[in-house]
Design a protein around this ligand. Structure first.
Ligand code: ADP
Length: 215
């Protein structure tokens, strides 16, 4: 199975699909958003700068994201990876291409989750996660609500909401995606490694669509 770069708008379910792939196949999930949130939680000075940018829906400086990513990719020990949240610009796509060549990891495809963009804002504003098991909920979707308001069904602990999942930050993230990230699709199309996957159904249906590409 080949390494995967996921491209999709914010709150389109890349994280959920990545977790499903990790559960079923032996992938390592590399989310630059998660790497940055870990850096914030470490309490470092760099973390404070990152937090400001993330909360405001602004891209974090390339030197910071690039070096976190490089460390992670260099420590893979021959495991396959899913890249979620990187690249987000043509500049990052070029950096990634060179990095992967340097460390000899060129068996990569780009999966684009073709997503209905109308409902994304509600998905972001309504999403909550369990801090223990990571399970995701959505308070605006009847089928994705927790049984008891604000609590994880499995762990019985309070759910958390990402600070940057507010309206203002979401609009900025979405616009940045349209302006800087979407043009990368053309880049991967020209490289002959772009696969478009329908993300219009349930998460399970999207997962099956992804499986038919990676197999
Ligand atoms: P989403 O896909 O919902 O926007 P992420 O967790 O992928 O969520 O990213 C959250 C934030 O982290 C982004 O708005 C940005 O501030 C920062 N970030 C994540 N990946 C990158 C990246 N590759 N380059 C710059 N900033 C990034």
């Amino acid at each position: 199975m080949r390494n995967i770069i996921f491209i999709a708008p914010p709150a389109s379910g890349k994280g959920t699909q990545s977790e499903m792939l990790v559960d079923k196949y032996d992938y390592v999930h590399i989310s630059t958003g998660e790497l940055l949130r870990d850096e914030i939680n470490s309490g470092s000075e760099k973390g404070a700068l990152i937090q400001y940018k993330m909360n405001n829906g602004i891209l974090v400086d390339e030197e910071i994201v690039g070096s976190l990513l490089k460390n992670k990719l260099e420590g893979l020990n021959n495991k396959r990876f899913i890249l979620d949240g990187y690249p987000r610009s043509i500049e990052q796509a070029n950096f990634l291409k060179e990095l992967l060549e340097e460390i000899n990891l060129c068996d990569v495809i780009c999966i684009y989750l073709d997503t209905d963009e109308k409902s994304l804002m509600n998905r972001a504003l309504g999403r909550y996660n369990c801090p223990i098991c990571g399970r995701g909920y959505n308070v605006y979707e009847e089928t994705e609500k927790p049984l008891h308001e604000g609590m994880c069904d499995d762990c019985d602990v309070p759910l958390i909401h990402r600070e940057d999942d507010n309206e203002e930050s979401f609009i900025k993230r979405f616009n940045t995606y349209k302006e800087l990230t979407e043009p990368i699709l053309d880049f991967y199309q020209k490289n002959g490694i772009l696969y478009k996957v329908n993300n219009g159904g349930t998460p399970e249906e999207t997962f099956q669509n992804i499986e038919s590409v990676i197999k």
